[in-house]
Every structure is written in structure tokens, then in C-alpha cells.
Design a binder for this molecule. Structure first.
Ligand code: S3P
Length: 167
């Protein structure tokens, strides 16, 4: 295994778990959205507004290709990344384990209730998006971890234990 990539719906806890993994297990962690923003000197929100979603998806793909070639990382992917086979292929070909952070809709809904930073939530029904995407996350991942009451640290432990067991 080369690295760990965390996927799942917006607000599922990918960034929290990535940061817990990095602190507890001394692993480098990167948020692909942050990387896209820094590389392009523009926020994701602005990118959607000025250039549209397809443009963002190309930048997201570029970022994933760069990051998975570099070195061992914990990657917190954007919520839509693994819906695109080219990203899943790039990650798996590079030896990344894909972990689906499976958080219940009600928990996510509460967390994102007042969120203004995610462009897709302005134009889509959250529940519809969640239901459509759920099987795609399941399909893309190597490991699915339920994550509702657990802390980031507990999930980090669970991930490391599961990977050690499953190889
Ligand atoms: C997206 C999720 C966002 C960000 C972009 C698109 C999605 O990341 O990549 O707004 O398609 O679900 P988070 O999952 O970190 O919110």
C-alpha cells in the first residue's frame, strides 16, 4: 500500500479523520480541495462560479494525479472525486487504499445545514445527491467504515487496524 485516500459525501468527516491519522500515526496528510485552491490561487466556490463544475473536475483530477505520484500521503478527497473512474483508477494504480467514510445522512445534514461554502449544495437537493452517490462510494472503496459517533482518533485507529488485518 502506498497511501490512504478518504472518500465520502461532503461533511462526512474526511478532513477530520485525515488530520487524526496524520497526528496519531505521523503520516503526511493533504486535502485535495486545498491543494486545488493553492495550485490555482482561487477558492473552489469561485472556480465553480467563474468556470463551472467541469473545469473544477479537471483541476481535481490533475491534483489527484500529482499527489498520488509524489509520496506516501493520507489524502482527504473532495466528495465528488471517486464518482469519476479516472480518479479511482489513478489512485488504485498508484497503490492507494480507498476508504469510504460512511456517515448517516441525518448527521451530515445537521453538519451542513448552514454551510455556504459548497457550490453543489446551492443547486442540488442534498438527500437526492446523497442517495445517488452512496452506491458509487461503496463501489469505489476498498474499505467502508461507518462513522457516526466515533471520534476522528477512533476512526484513525480503526483504519490502521483494518488495513493491517486486510493487508
Ligand atoms: C464536492 C465536494 C467538495 C468539493 C467540491 C465538490 C462534491 O469537497 O470538492 O465542492 O462533489 O461533493 P468536500 O467533500 O470536502 O466538501
Amino acid at each position: 500500500m502506498k497511501g490512504i485516500a478518504l472518500c465520502g459525501f461532503m461533511g462526512c468527516g474526511k478532513t477530520t479523520v485525515a488530520s487524526a491519522l496524520s497526528q496519531k500515526y505521523n503520516l503526511n496528510h493533504i486535502d485535495t480541495d486545498k491543494f486545488v485552491e493553492e495550485e490555482n490561487q482561487i477558492t473552489i466556490s469561485e472556480m465553480f462560479k467563474l468556470y463551472g463544475e467541469d473545469y473544477f473536475r479537471d483541476k481535481e483530477h490533475e491534483a489527484i494525479c500529482i499527489l498520488c505520484k509524489c509520496c506516501d500521503y493520507v489524502l482527504a478527497l473532495g466528495g465528488g472525486a471517486v464518482l469519476f473512474p479516472r480518479n479511482v483508477k489513478a489512485l488504485k494504480d498508484s497503490g492507494y487504499k480507498l476508504i469510504f467514510i460512511d456517515t448517516d445522512f441525518d448527521v451530515i445534514k445537521k453538519r451542513l445545514e448552514n454551510d455556504k461554502s459548497r457550490p453543489l449544495l446551492k443547486t442540488n437537493d442534498m438527500k437526492e445527491l446523497y442517495d445517488t452517490r452512496y452506491p458509487l462510494y461503496e463501489n469505489a472503496c476498498d474499505i467502508k467504515l461507518s462513522c457516526n459517533d466515533e471520534s476522528g482518533e477512533q476512526l484513525a485507529d480503526k483504519i490502521i487496524e483494518t488495513i493491517a488485518k486486510e493487508g
